[in-house]
Write a protein that binds this ligand. Structure first.
Ligand code: DSN
Length: 415
C-alpha cells in the first residue's frame, strides 16, 4: 500500500494518502459509523471495475462488456441473501442514504407522510430532517426516546402513528445504543396501514452475525450501509420482499442513480464473503462485548450514558451531568489531540447546538477489528475518561496520546 503509481503522477495526493494511512494506524477509530476493511476489500474497491459502466442489472444492462460486472453483482446478491435472508436485494446504492432514498421513491409521493425518530434522539438526517431532501419533499412527524429510560418510547410512537397516520414508519438509528424491537414497530405500522422501513446501517454486521435481532421478514424494507459493522467498503444496500423488488430496482436505477459504482460493488462481494466465514460471528460478538466493557468503564467513572449502557456497538455519553461546562465538541477536540477519534453528538433533550452538542458517541467496531480485547478496551475507557475530565491539561493529552500510540502499535492494522 505504498501508492507508488499515485506518487509518480501526483505526490501531493500520495502524501495525503500516506498521511491518512498513518493517521489510521496511530489513532483509535471510535466514530461509531467507521471501521477498517481488509486489504482484500481495499484491492477490490481499487480495481479496474472503476472503469466500467454497467447501468441496469445482471443479464439486462444498457452497455456491452458487462460479463464480469454481472458475475460480481450476482455474487454480492447471493451472499447478501445468505447473510440477511432477504427475498430481494439491490446492492447498487452508493450509500445508506441513497438506499433510503430508493425506498421512499419506490412507495411515496411528494407530500406523503414519514414518521421517524428525532435526530437528537438517535435518528438520521435521511429520515426526515429539514436540511435533507426527506424533510423538504415529505411531511414528517417524529417520535422520541423516553426521557427517563433513554429507550424508544414505543407507546408514544404508536400514539403518534394513530394521530399522524403516516404512509411509512422509519426505524433503525444512528445513535441508539439499544436493541430495537422491530415487531413492536411493525405492529404500529400495521395498525395504521403504513409501510415500515428499518434502516440498519449501523448494525448491519451485528444483524448478519445474529447478535442483534433481524428486521428482515418483519419490516417491508430494510436498508443498510456496507462499511460500518459489516466491513465491506463504502456503499449501501436495500432488502425487501419479492413484491417490492421491481419498484425498488427501478427506484435505484434509473430512478435515483446512474451507473453503479462497480468497484464498490466488488468491495461488497469480498466483504460479504468475509462476513460469511465463521470468525465473523465471533468478531460481531466481540464488538458488542467490547462496547459493554467501554460502557461499564465510563459509567464507573460517573459519566451518564443515554439508556444507561448499550446492547450494540456504541455508547452515547451525555456530559451534562458529570461535566456541565464541557461540550461534546470540546471533548471531541481534546480526545482527537490524544489520538482518540470519536464524535461530539447530540443527545435526547439536547440543550446545546448540533455543532457543539452535549454528548460524545463512541463505537467499538474499529478497535475490535484491530484485535482489542476486553482489557485493552477497558484501558481505552480509562484514557477517554482521563481526557474528558481534564480537557485543558496538555500533560494529560500528551500522556494519553503516547499511550494510545503504544496500544495502536500493539494492534497493527495493515501489516
Ligand atoms: N454519518 C453516519 C454516522 O456517523 O452515523 C451515518 O450516516
Amino acid at each position: 500500500m505504498d501508492h507508488e503509481h499515485v506518487r509518480e503522477v501526483d505526490p501531493a495526493v500520495a502524501d495525503a494518502l500516506a498521511g491518512e494511512r498513518d493517521r489510521q494506524e496511530q489513532t483509535l477509530a471510535m466514530i461509531a459509523s467507521e471501521n477498517h476493511v481488509s486489504e482484500a476489500v481495499l484491492e477490490a474497491q481499487g480495481s479496474v471495475l472503476t472503469n466500467k459502466y454497467a447501468e441496469g442489472y445482471p443479464g439486462s444492462r444498457y452497455y456491452a462488456g458487462c460479463e464480469y460486472a454481472d458475475e460480481v453483482e450476482e455474487l454480492v446478491i447471493e451472499r447478501a441473501k445468505e447473510l440477511w435472508g432477504a427475498e430481494h436485494v439491490n446492492v447498487q446504492p452508493h450509500s445508506g442514504t441513497q438506499a433510503n432514498q430508493a425506498v421512499y421513491y419506490s412507495v411515496l409521493e411528494p407530500g406523503d407522510k414519514i414518521l421517524s425518530l428525532e435526530l437528537n434522539h438517535g435518528g438520521h438526517l435521511s429520515h426526515g430532517h429539514p436540511a435533507n431532501f426527506t424533510g423538504q419533499l415529505y411531511d414528517v412527524e417524529q417520535y422520541e426516546v423516553d426521557p427517563e429510560s433513554g429507550y424508544i418510547d414505543y407507546e408514544g410512537l404508536r400514539d403518534t402513528a394513530e394521530s399522524f397516520d403516516p404512509d411509512i414508519i422509519v426505524s433503525g438509528y444512528s445513535a441508539y445504543p439499544r436493541t430495537v424491537d422491530w415487531e413492536e414497530i411493525q405492529a404500529a405500522a400495521d395498525a395504521v396501514d403504513a409501510y415500515h422501513l428499518a434502516d440498519i446501517a449501523h448494525i448491519t454486521g451485528l444483524v448478519a452475525a445474529g447478535v442483534h435481532p433481524s428486521p428482515v421478514g418483519v419490516a417491508d424494507f430494510v436498508t443498510g450501509s456496507t462499511h460500518k459493522t459489516i466491513r465491506a467498503g463504502r456503499g449501501g444496500i436495500v432488502m425487501c420482499d419479492a413484491e417490492f423488488a421491481d419498484d425498488v430496482d427501478a427506484a435505484v436505477f434509473p430512478g435515483g442513480q446512474g451507473g453503479p459504482l462497480m468497484h464498490n460493488v466488488a468491495g461488497k462481494a469480498v466483504g460479504f464473503k468475509e462476513a460469511l466465514q465463521p470468525e465473523f460471528e465471533e468478531y460481531a460478538r466481540n464488538v458488542v462485548d467490547n462496547a459493554e466493557v467501554l460502557a461499564e468503564t465510563l459509567r464507573e467513572h460517573g459519566l451518564s450514558l443515554v439508556s444507561g449502557g448499550t446492547d450494540n456497538h456504541l455508547v452515547l455519553a451525555d456530559l451534562r451531568d458529570s461535566h456541565p461546562d464541557l461540550s461534546g465538541g470540546e471533548a471531541e477536540d481534546a480526545l482527537a489531540a490524544a489520538n482518540i477519534v470519536l464524535n461530539g453528538n447530540t443527545v435526547p433533550g439536547e440543550t446545546r447546538s448540533p455543532f457543539d452538542p452535549s454528548g460524545i458517541r463512541a463505537g467499538t467496531a474499529g478497535l475490535t477489528t484491530r484485535g482489542f480485547d476486553a482489557d485493552a478496551v477497558e484501558e481505552v475507557g480509562e484514557l477517554i475518561y482521563r481526557v474528558v475530565d481534564d480537557v485543558d491539561s496538555d500533560d494529560v493529552i500528551y500522556e494519553v496520546g503516547e499511550r494510545v500510540v503504544e496500544l495502536c502499535e500493539a494492534h497493527p492494522l495493515y501489516e
